[in-house]
Design a binder for this molecule. Structure first.
Ligand SMILES: Cc1ncc(COP(=O)(O)O)c(C=O)c1O
Length: 387
């Protein structure tokens, strides 16, 4: 669990580190972009993969009962939600699952709502499936983002069929309170709106906050789909594993029909091994990880506390943070170039997450603290120069 260890990821086809010239025009910068971590995967996962690799055949593989049980056990022990294993459907990723939900539970041209600023593949999932994108902007108030209840009600009344919730929220870092989720479910139930809850960041939650799985809070409302995954938690995004939790049998059938229509039947042999090992043996590692990330989060807060140029929106969870750079008076594209040139770091442009993200940048803080400190100091100094 040496989170301070610097690991060279270049040359592994790493999406964050190996495409710097293409995305930033500079191969020497430190990327704080794509939401994976520059940390080694926990040892029990590596061991389980190595054990499996010792067997020389990698033919078609199905899930063992212990695989489903491991997921159900994690949901119960870490999230207080005991679920039967037959509610689970395997899927290579949360985003493909979102596409299938849209296909299964809405019709062409139906309105599907997201709350911006939000992880941009949400937009594409809606638009590439020929649905109409409805946007409700989150309200930025006293350094925190809140749901705009009046706007949500107006839009639900106006015919929205589905909403995709990001919980915890990427990029603004909110872990939604139980009261907020209850209120959302009540509103959705009133208008029969489907709620698709992307909970991929659900294990990275900082002290003082509790994550509530939407499907657990639902209490009988059956138009709720929970999308879960060990990918962010254990840094195994490249293995492509996720699961859908759907309590209603008819809904599961409708979801699976779309999955099968796309020709997706069996799963990846190694991803199943990693998924199960993560949930069976990874608990202590996650506790240590969250503590370390919390240290990084606190460092960010200290670093920007006195800054006139950047306000940090202090995240409740996730390992991305949202920086309000509007005092610098540059748009997102100019900010991206400025930080590359002046601070030698790569950040994500806020406008990618919605028009209301212009003037903001997203920073990934899941990296060894000495590197984080150096990069953040460069960002802080560069930002002050514009004031
Ligand atoms: C909110 C959110 N959902 C989904 C994903 C990607 O999910 P997957 O790789 O399982 O499709 C990410 C990755 O950054 C994310 O932040």
């Amino acid at each position: 669990m040496d989170f301070n260890r610097v690991i060279d990821r270049k040359g592994t086809g790493c999406y964050k580190w190996d495409y710097l010239t293409q995305f930033f025009g500079d191969d020497t910068i430190l990327p704080m972009t794509v939401a994976d971590m520059d940390f080694a995967v926990p040892e029990p996962i590596v061991q389980a993969l190595q054990d499996r690799l010792a067997h020389p055949v990698f033919g078609y593989t199905g899930q063992q009962p212990s695989y489903w049980e491991a997921i159900a056990q994690w949901m119960e022990e870490r999230h207080g939600w005991p679920i039967p294993t037959d509610w689970l459907i395997d899927i290579p990723g949360v985003i493909p699952a979102m596409h299938f939900c849209i296909q299964a539970f809405t019709q062409p041209d139906d309105k599907v709502l997201v709350q911006t600023p939000v992880y941009d593949p949400f937009f594409q999932a809606i638009q590439r499936n020929g649905r109409s994108l409805a946007i409700s902007q989150l309200v930025y108030q006293n350094g925190r983002y809140l749901m705009d209840w009046e706007d949500l009600e107006r839009q639900f009344r106006g015919g929205v069929k589905m909403m995709i919730l990001c919980s915890p929220h990427n990029p603004v870092g909110r872990v939604w309170a139980r009261e907020e989720l209850t209120r959302l479910i009540t509103l959705a139930e009133q208008y029969g709106v489907w709620l698709i809850s992307d909970e991929i960041h659900h294990d990275i939650v900082f002290p003082g906050h509790n994550h509530h799985i939407l499907g657990k809070v639902a209490d009988g409302y059956d138009r709720i789909v929970t999308l879960t995954s060990p990918a962010k938690t254990f840094n195994i995004q490249g293995l492509q594993c996720a699961a859908v939790i759907l309590p209603d049998e008819a809904h599961r059938k409708a979801f699976k029909a779309q999955k099968f229509k796309a020709g997706l039947y069996l799963s990846n042999t190694l991803s199943m091994i990693a998924y199960e090992a993560a949930y069976r043996h990874g608990g202590p590692w996650v506790d240590a990880l969250v503590e370390y990330l919390d240290g990084n989060r606190q460092y960010l807060r200290e670093a920007f506390a006195e800054s006139d140029a950047i306000d940090l929106i202090y995240p409740d969870g996730t390992y991305v943070a949202w920086l309000d750079c509007r005092p610098m008076q540059l748009d997102s594209l100019a900010l991206k170039d400025y930080f590359v040139q002046e601070a030698k770091v790569g950040l994500n442009k806020g406008v990618v997450y919605g028009q209301d993200g212009d003037g903001f940048m997203r920073i990934n803080f899941a990296l060894p603290r000495p590197q984080l400190k150096e990069a953040v100091e460069q960002i802080r100094i560069a930002a002050e120069k514009t004031m």
